[in-house]
Design a protein around this ligand. Structure first.
Ligand code: PEP
Length: 263
């Protein structure tokens, strides 16, 4: 089965509730005005998802109802319930209408000292609840310059996916996000993205041989309307995790268009 392109907009800590609703309404209208992209989304040949802050998840799910655009958590806690002040469980994400959630975004690793072990526990919690984790991996600039990029990626993939109970290749998505490309405007070249993502696919072939060919690997790091098509032309780039350029519904839609499978 071909891998269905997936574009996820990561809003990070942006947008109020009112702005969220406005964005979702405008995205829905924009999509409705683009019959080709809209029919691809409706038929499941292209998947679109937005990842607003936790408090806007339910409102965005409501505003996007009927559009086939999914809602995604930006993070999750690894326990299902309990005395964990300030945390949000996978059950709560599901309840709010989420289909996916990010685990191990580099900003969580950098500012909140999230470890590979925690990322693994978060991914396990999501799978337990029927949500698909989007496990983020990627090297920093100094790791790349020091020649350690592939070692870092391998460690994050192996530890992040360790022992996970997947039932199908669609259960989990990997996002390769070189940290030096996030929010910097310095996108990895399509060849750099492909080199890393083909490497990840090889690791998956070893770890999950029956699922690897059908698992999706997204690229993230300064994806824009003008670079998505070249990235998507790479054999192991199955979609994009988009930060800054996803905050405008028009630009997000243009990226979605650029990711449309060729007819
Ligand atoms: C991200 O948030 O994961 C990201 C890739 O951000 P940006 O597109 O702004 O680089």
């Amino acid at each position: 089965m071909a891998r269905i392109p997936l574009i996820v907009g990561n809003w990070k800590m942006h947008m109020t509730l009112e702005e969220t609703t406005r964005f979702c309404v405008s995205l829905k209208q924009g999509l409705a005005g683009d019959p080709r992209t809209s029919s691809l989304v409706k038929s499941g040949a292209l998947e679109l998802a937005v990842a607003p802050p936790f408090i806007s998840l339910a409102a965005s799910a409501e505003a996007l109802r009927g559009s086939s655009i999914c809602v995604t958590g930006q993070d999750v806690f690894w326990a299902d319930t309990g005395a964990y002040t300030g945390e949000i469980s996978s059950l709560m994400l599901r309840d709010a209408g989420c289909r996916f959630a990010l685990a191990g975004h580099s900003e969580r690793r950098q500012y909140f000292q999230e470890t590979d072990e925690e990322v693994n526990r978060k991914a396990a919690a999501l799978l337990r609840t029927g949500l698909s984790p989007i496990v983020c991996v990627g090297e920093t600039l100094s790791e790349r310059q020091g020649g350690a990029a592939f070692q870092v990626i391998e460690q994050q993939v192996r530890a992040g996916l360790k022992g996970l109970a997947m039932k199908s290749p669609q259960d989990l998505v990997i996002a390769y996000e070189p940290v030096w490309a996030i929010g910097t405007g310095q996108t990895a070249t399509p060849e750099q993205a492909e080199e890393a993502q083909a490497f990840i696919r090889k690791l998956l072939e070893e770890m999950l041989p029956s699922f690897a060919p059908e698992m999706r690997i997204l690229y993230g790091g300064s994806v824009k309307p003008d670079n998505i098509s070249k990235l998507m032309a790479m054999p192991d780039v199955d979609g994009g995790l988009v930060g800054g350029a996803s905050l405008d519904s028009g630009s997000f839609l243009e990226i979605a268009r650029g990711a449309c499978p060729r007819s």
